[in-house]
Design a protein around this ligand. Structure first.
Ligand SMILES: [Zn+2]
Length: 198
């Protein structure tokens, strides 16, 4: 991620400040830890990059902004997103912090693809740099992080495949559930680093 982090690029209306509760939260936390351990969510000053979410009932639950290393997260690191208007840059959420800066990207994928149950976005220098050699679809040009344009580029790519690269930025995986989405990330990582015992 070459661009400097400058906060979220949408306005959040909070419907409540309670951390989300959901039976699948432990699984999301586990995938955050795996992303951290495998170098898919590298740290930056004040947080660590990458954002992971799953579809809940009429909402989705996503990692919050600036939550630091993703290896030991408590429930208040997560936010429930109940509405998103990408064109207006508005998000409705419940939780104790802003939802991830890429919330609009996640929202657009859930809104347009009912079969998607999980979206994981990570950063890995080699996957990003070698996208073409790996045969991975990627967005046509670099776009600002957290922007509606980036969300729309992801939406176009997600209609064609379930693992793709945002040019000069990072990768996005989608799947019907977290296990398939995360498995896809680890398989692509394995292609460049070789197999590693789990
Ligand atoms: Zn990113």
């Amino acid at each position: 991620m070459s661009e400097e982090y400058q906060g979220v690029r949408f306005t959040t209306s909070f419907l409540g400040h309670e951390p989300p509760r959901h039976r699948l939260l432990p699984e999301l936390r586990r995938w955050c830890r795996i992303f951290h351990d495998r170098g898919l969510a590298p740290p930056y000053p004040g947080g660590s990059s990458g954002n992971l979410s799953f579809r809940a009932e009429n909402s989705f639950i996503i990692t919050g902004t600036a939550i630091g290393l993703k290896d030991n997260l408590t429930d208040d690191a997560f936010v429930e997103v109940v509405g998103c208007d990408v064109a207006a840059g508005r998000v409705e959420a419940r939780g104790g912090r802003e939802p991830s800066s890429e919330t609009m990207l996640h929202a657009l994928l859930y809104q347009h693809f009912p079969q998607i149950g999980a979206v994981f976005h990570g950063h890995h220098e080699v996957i990003t740099r070698e996208a073409e050699a790996l045969g991975l679809p990627q967005s046509p040009c670099p776009l600002p992080y957290g922007s509606g344009e980036l969300a729309e580029a992801a939406w176009r790519l997600a209609g064609q495949c379930d693992f793709f690269v945002l040019r000069d930025h990072g990768f996005v995986a989608t799947g019907p559930d977290m296990a398939s989405c995360g498995g896809l990330c680890l398989r692509w990582l394995g292609k460049i680093t070789g197999p590693r015992p789990l």
